[in-house]
Write a protein that binds this ligand. Structure first.
Ligand code: C2E
Ligand code: MG
Ligand code: MG
Ligand code: MG
Length: 286
């Protein structure tokens, strides 16, 4: 009897495994194919100067138009992309496309805008990041100072001398380096002095309840203060309400990004927004 039950349990377990394994093999195959068949797209989310209310640039966020699945979030396929090494060709595409797009903004007359791209930890291990950026800048004709990269605390905390060297090299080229999701990764701040960094992005978990949770407010204030003392630019992520805008402005935070100012949007929509900039900002600050 017990043995029979065990058999059933085993069979159930094994079926589930097969199912998951099959799912993930299918996903990997499709992801591989996606790189070649141009199923990726970059969405752009505006970054705004809180003092002037002007768009200063955009973060490029990856989307996968997966046939039969609609638009897929990077959170779903990035882990697989990292595991399989597909992150390398995907990121080459991301950096190239983002630089080309930013060059279009400049050519439209918005020539002080910057574009931020996210880089994943694997890339620093498997690839020379400065040469990747240089290649994309050369191909697009975008000046290096208009390109920013966002990396997580994880990269710098576990960062080798290679990371240290490459970050310096990126900054010598004229591009800038931001720590993404700042405050969620590690408590050690020593890397801020060891690695050369240009700015911090306050994670949106501290912004969400800013007006109601004194702890979150204290952390946001501390990050803004840290940025000031270290000469780092601070961008608050995940701004959704006018109250958050007012709070951050008062606290001396210079830059913000979030649904309040605009959701990540396809490139052509972002270009339209740039050309009708004043109307958006009047609407969103009113
Ligand atoms: P992230 O770099 O921290 O990007 C911000 C995420 O927060 C984006 O999610 C964005 O859509 C979302 N967001 C922005 N404003 C708001 C807001 O006001 N409220 C809320 N609730 N969410 C907001 P998304 O686009 O799904 O990207 C998720 C993560 O995937 C990114 O987090 C980034 O770590 C990674 N990622 C995106 N694109 C790339 C890429 O091209 N390469 C790499 N390596 N990673 C990427
Ligand atoms: Mg980011
Ligand atoms: Mg972030
Ligand atoms: Mg993130």
């Amino acid at each position: 009897q017990a043995k029979a039950e065990g058999g059933n349990v085993y069979r159930l377990f094994s079926t589930t495994m097969d199912h998951d394994a099959r799912q993930s093999i299918a996903l990997e195959a499709e992801l591989r194919h996606a790189v070649l068949s141009e199923q990726f797209e970059l969405y752009y989310q505006p970054q705004v100067n809180l003092q002037t209310n002007e768009i200063v640039g955009a973060e490029a966020l990856l989307r996968w138009n997966r046939p039969g699945h609609g638009v897929v979030s990077p959170l779903v396929f990035l882990p697989m992309a990292e595991e399989t090494g597909l992150i390398i060709p995907i990121s080459e595409w991301v950096v190239t496309a983002a630089c080309a797009e930013a060059k279009r903004w400049h050519d439209m007359g918005h020539d002080d805008l910057r574009v931020a791209v996210n880089l994943s930890p694997t890339q620093f291990r498997k690839q020379n990041v400065p040469s990747l950026l240089e290649m994309a800048l050369d191909n697009s004709g975008l000046r290096a100072s208009a390109l920013e990269i966002e990396i997580t605390e994880h990269i710098v905390m576990h960062g080798s001398e290679v990371v240290e060297r490459e970050l310096k090299q990126i900054q010598r080229m004229g591009s800038r380096v931001f720590i993404d999701d700042f405050g969620t990764g590690y408590s050690s701040l020593s890397y801020l002095s060891r690695f050369s960094i240009n700015g911090l992005k306050i994670d949106r978990c501290f912004i969400k309840n800013l007006e109601h949770d004194p702890n979150d407010a204290a952390i946001a204030n501390a990050i803004i203060g840290l940025g000031k003392s270290l000469g780092l630019e601070v961008i608050a992520e995940g701004i959704e309400t006018p109250e958050q805008v007012a709070y951050l402005r008062e606290a001396g935070c210079l830059y913000a990004q979030g649904y309040y100012y605009g959701r990540p949007m396809p490139a052509d929509q972002f270009r339209e927004l740039l050309d009708s900039k004043s109307s958006l900002l009047v609407a969103s600050t009113g």
